[in-house]
Design a protein around this ligand. Sequence first.
Ligand SMILES: [Ca+2]
Ligand SMILES: [Ca+2]
Length: 312
Amino acid sequence: MLQSSMQRALRLVWAEPHIVEISNYLKKKNNVLEIEITNTWNNRLVGDANLPAEKRTTNATTAPDANAPLMPSGLIGPVTLQIEDPKPYVQKIGITVDKKLISKPEKALVTMKTLTATANIHYTTDGTTPTEKSARYTQPFELTDYTILKAKAFGKGKQPSDVAQLEVEAYNPKTNGLNYEYYEGEITSTTDFDKLTPLKKGKSTGLDIAAIKGREDHYGIRFHGTITMPTAGNYTFYLLSDDGSKLYIDGKQIIDNDGFHGEIEKAGSVELTQGKHSIRVDYFDNINGEALKLMYGNGNNKKEIPIRLLEY
Ligand SMILES: [Ca+2]
Ligand SMILES: [Ca+2]
């Protein structure tokens, strides 16, 4: 006899196979399963034959006598809990792309794959979670602009895969990037720029000092343009440089990482509205190594500023 923790008798089993389905009786935690074993009715009759008539609980017309041997009884084997496998998951999707940064009008070729051969992959390009109603992936396709790809695979009799995600960056080289002025001299602070005349001016894809510098040491670059904030919020900027640098947004100094030093990162926060803001980064290298990197974050994320947000 099996009993659940609610003290409900589940079933009496006395013939093979000794299996009881208990799924419908289980609650989430702390189930107590008790198994009570009774003796065989043959042994009961032998036992009763040894008792005075008024104490017997059985009444049989033919019964073994009091000296008949008892039959083996009790738990006849180990008790096991059989747990069926839950529905298997569709294998996760691999998304690959031939380029993660598109310089328009370049295109990126996207390929998706799951090892569950019978599953269908569905995807979105607007950041929403894919459903079986989303576009179905049938063959590699091209992207022409910034895209957040999300894909999920669905298979018959299986649970859908996890969502796979990939971000492809894109920028227009005609409009995205920063203007620069390039200086040379014995520079030990970005304030020295005011005393110098730029040797050249131009447009740069981001803060690309290697593409601009005319010599290994003793030069400075002023980058400027606009940055478009996708949403309003409190943004933290992180400016890393060797040697000195400063960040200005809307004409206001946000980070002072100026001076003659090796690679150092400094941070500064600012409340920004959605839309365009002027941005300026002053940077110089005195001697030895050089480095310049600007990252930003809103909350816990910290990433490089996408070029598509910067304009000349
Ligand atoms: Ca150098
Ligand atoms: Ca240096």
